[in-house]
Design a protein around this ligand. Sequence first.
Ligand code: ZN
Length: 284
Amino acid sequence: MPARRIETGWVVLTSLPNATRPLVNFQFNEFCRSDCAQMTPGLCTRITPTPSGYLHWGNAFSFVLTWLITRKSLGHVVLRIDDLDTARKRPEYIEDIFQSLDWLGLDYDEGPSGPDDFERKYSQRLRTELYAMVLDELRHRSRLFACQCSRSSIQRTPNRLHPEECQKRGLSLHGEGVAWRITTSPRNVIEWRDVGGQQRSVDLHRDMRDFIVRRKDTVPAYQVASLVDDLHFGINFIVRGEDLLASTAAQVFLAEQIDEYDFCQSKFLHHRLLTDDAGSQRAL
Ligand SMILES: [Zn+2]
């Protein structure tokens, strides 16, 4: 990797708000101390912006960190734009993704070269069949059930968890306006060790009980689409914020359900979240 590129990444990182610099150094040094930093070519990661708003510094931090540590270990970077949420998707947000990556100085080895190329070859809507196949597999191998609960009704439960009685209603998975949920149990505590050595543990039944795998509008849930895409692109190294720890656990759990154990062996790095000096996220 040309040094100039690495320097560009550092220039961007050091232009972040003052309070965040120790965090950048901490995360990068932590990575450099890990076995992963010496990793062989074959490490494959992704940068995953979502065109539902303009990118903010938190996104930039995550992308640059992902890029720096992957380039340091001679890995492969995929640009994956998650556009399943068509209601919030706007052309200017897609344009913003390419402009921001260019401004940040981040290149990638696989992915769309621009907005047109993205729509033609990489949009998630082009992988609808893959998502449907995995949902079908989950339906046959796992315990899925139909749910009509609204977000507000779940928020009103004492622990804000999806109510267990819902499953007993026995609604049809083929009914109109039902979400598909996958049954979790107290046994589903997912554990792994992050790159850098930090032990992680997520109690799925407590944190994401019976999570949604297909939304009421029949669109696959983020957990399914993200897993399927990672399998599709051969991703084996995932860098993301600590706010997505439970998502990692959910995706590992789903991968186990469909015997995709290679995904479970992926390397994970969950970085701390970046906020500005005032504690909020700012647009780039
Ligand atoms: Zn329900």
